[in-house]
Design a protein around this ligand. Structure first.
Ligand SMILES: *Cc1c(COP(=O)(O)O)cnc(C)c1O
Length: 350
């Protein structure tokens, strides 16, 4: 979901961006006009996320999945081993990709304790102090399980996939070596990925790394080694300005808390009908998966919800059930409408 204000602005500027007589997608990427779009997007994001000066922002074609390969290709250079925390499907995909290039140690894994899905506390992890980096997924979008803290890894750089949680709360960027996020969840549209990388980690990648997969090449060329996804970059810029206008990350953290608390409270107080099995400490406040206790009703739930204007509620194909996502563009009224629908549905079929 994108903010309506952003879509309207894109619509208004579609045929003529700021008097150029051209759409942003027609601007030459090296021309002064697009360079301005690019620079403003970067400075707005730096501002919102309070990015320290010794971090570079890269705007790269491809998805978060592209980073599953770029991270090991660029960081394993002097060391063939990396630590990964496996909390779900996206972690597993990152792990699978890293295994192509080096040794992966699964330092910890999601567990089920007393019927709840949970992330073992850091004291129980087996971190390798010589690892090239530690990788984790801040918010598992499909299972709705999230880290309520930033892991501590000492001198070992911490790498995070923040695709579904970036811009949902203030962030201490200085705790990380690399933060990456595909744009299509909370930053804009598909096709571009934001990578925030600490300068000392920008170095020669493994020798067989494709040119475009090198952070060094991309950083030296300010993400203009080849034609970047210009329109997606522009859309990210519009989203960044919208986030600023709305009050920044502290404001979105409040909204996200309010929205998710509402839905979880409703689910938990109707446990004979709806169920979420993630331990409250590790629940995502962005992606909220739940099941109907009578799973045979899932399809009916989705059909009747769609008829009520509530769409995109089908759980990921690997997880099933229902999933409600509370990205920044989702207004609180959307959550209210969902809860109202869930109440009526439970009455009708309960
Ligand atoms: C959606 C998602 C991805 C995959 O993103 P692509 O841009 O499709 O590659 C990776 N990680 C997380 C946490 C996601 O939510």
């Amino acid at each position: 979901m994108l903010p309506e204000a952003v879509l309207l602005q894109a619509q208004q500027e579609m045929l003529d961006w700021q008097g150029t007589g051209m759409s942003v997608m027609e601007l030459g990427h090296r021309g002064e006009a697009f360079q301005r779009v690019a620079a403003e997007t970067e400075s707005d994001l730096r501002d919102i996320l309070a990015v320290p000066a010794h971090y570079k922002l890269l705007f790269l074609a491809g998805g978060a999945s592209t980073q599953f390969a770029m991270v090991p290709l660029n960081l394993l250079a002097n060391n063939s081993a990396a630590d990964y925390i496996d909390t779900g499907i996206w972690s597993k995909k990152a792990i699978g990709e890293a295994r192509r290039y080096g040794d992966v140690n699964i330092a910890s894994q999601r567990v089920t304790r007393d019927g709840w899905a949970a992330i073992p506390p850091q004291a129980e992890w087996s971190l390798n102090p010589k690892a090239a980096y530690v990788h984790y997924t801040a918010n598992e979008t499909i299972e709705g399980i999230a880290f309520p803290y930033i892991p501590t890894t000492g001198d070992v750089p911490l790498v995070v996939d923040m695709t579904s949680s970036i811009l949902s709360a203030p962030l201490d960027v200085s705790r990380f070596g690399i933060i990456y996020a595909g744009a299509q969840k909370n930053l804009g549209q598909a096709g571009i990925t934001l990578v925030i990388v600490r300068e000392d980690l920008i170095r020669d990648p493994l020798p067989f790394t494709p040119t475009l997969f090198s952070y060094k090449v991309e950083a030296e060329n300010h993400s203009f080694y080849n034609t970047p996804p210009t329109y997606a970059w522009y859309m990210m810029g519009l989203v960044a300005k919208w986030v600023k206008r709305e009050g920044g990350l502290a404001e979105f953290a409040k909204r996200t808390q309010r929205k998710s608390t509402k839905l979880y409270s409703y689910i938990d107080s109707n446990a004979d009908f709806y169920r979420n099995t993630v331990h409250p400490t590790y629940r995502s406040c962005i992606n909220i998966p739940f099941n109907l206790v009578n799973e045979a009703l899932t399809e009916t739930f989705l059909i009747e919800a769609a008829a009520a204007g509530l769409t995109n509620l089908k759980g990921h194909k690997l997880a099933g059930g229902i999933r409600a996502s509370m990205y920044n563009a989702m207004p609180e009224a959307g959550v209210d409408a969902l809860v109202t629908f869930m109440q009526a549905f439970a009455l009708k079929y309960g």
